[in-house]
Design a protein around this ligand. Structure first.
Ligand SMILES: [Zn+2]
Length: 293
């Protein structure tokens, strides 16, 4: 499943091809993905100019001249490929490579430049929706959504306020999308490991007034940003069947320090611990019981 850094990588791949363009034609090849397409989907997109390409948590937001926002979610296996005849041979420009089967090409956006953006999704857990910009924050996708981890809102004070009195394990609280939106399993494991905080500790303990705890919580906020930013910079990871917009696989996974390293030695300096795995809320948590307290 693509996590936030992968979605941001996709956004960065699509942005130069889509922004400022007009959508000339839309091929919608099914009535639904995970959910039905909104009514008059093609009609509301064709002829519209693309003002900008944004992201909120793991949702891509295409701002249209009509005032609508096209919301796109990649689900488990969604991917975009770009066929851009104008830039086929230009190094560094995202272009089409042999990727998933075209049987699963569900939507094709034709742009005025001649470029085509193809949405392929074998498992069809992704979806698209159209929402007027004015009601974006209150729409069903975003109304209960927590703060953006890469935005300016996330800091130690905010974590203390969000987690105060929370009895849930810290790992579960960090994955709670109504508190912080878009943080996934891999990056939560990594952030907790780098912070030296146990995934099993009660989330509410981060709101403690003790200065050592205060420092740890401040650090955690910064580490969450660092972990995500590094992943975005590395082009996103490519676990399972996710691919970047250019069809190539990402390469961040070999840099995980704790995720998927059960039984291997802890990489923290002077720690002789061994990485353990435990299951929390149905997801695997990887951690070092020696240096994460
Ligand atoms: Zn350790």
């Amino acid at each position: 499943m693509p996590e936030l850094p992968e979605v941001e990588t996709v956004r960065r791949g699509l942005e130069p091809v889509m922004t400022g363009q007009r959508i000339t034609r839309v091929e919608q090849r099914r009535p639904d993905l995970r959910f039905p397409f909104p009514s008059r989907f093609q009609e509301r997109l064709e002829g519209q100019s693309i003002l900008s390409l944004g992201r909120r948590a793991k949702y891509l937001l295409v701002d249209l001249g009509s005032g609508d926002v096209l919301i796109m979610h990649l689900g488990m296996s969604g991917r975009f490929t770009i066929i851009d005849p104008a830039h086929e041979q230009t190094p560094g420009v995202f272009h089409h490579q042999a990727g998933g089967s075209s049987v699963h090409d569900h939507v094709v956006f034709h742009l005025e430049s001649g470029a085509r953006i193809i949405y392929n999704d074998p498992r069809r857990f992704g979806f698209m929706d159209l929402v007027p910009r004015a009601s974006l924050e209150s729409c069903r996708h975003f109304k209960s959504m927590g703060i953006e981890p890469l935005g300016n809102e996330l800091d130690g004070d905010r974590i203390r306020a969000l987690f105060e009195d929370k009895k849930a394990p810290l790992k579960a609280a960090l994955l709670d999308q109504s508190l912080i939106a878009g943080l996934g399993n891999i990056y939560v494991c990594e952030a907790l490991y780098r912070s030296g905080l146990s995934p099993k500790r009660r989330a509410g303990t981060l709101s403690s007034k003790r200065s050592a705890m205060k420092d740890k919580t401040d650090d955690l906020a910064q580490i969450i940003r660092d972990v995500l930013t590094e992943a975005v910079d590395a082009g996103g990871s490519s676990l399972r069947d996710f691919a970047q917009t250019d069809g190539s696989l990402g390469y961040f996974q070999h840099r995980f320090r704790v995720y998927d390293r059960e039984g291997e030695p802890c990489l923290t300096k002077a720690c002789a611990g061994t990485i353990k795995r435990l299951v929390q809320s149905g997801r695997s948590t990887f951690y070092c019981p020696k240096c994460q307290k």
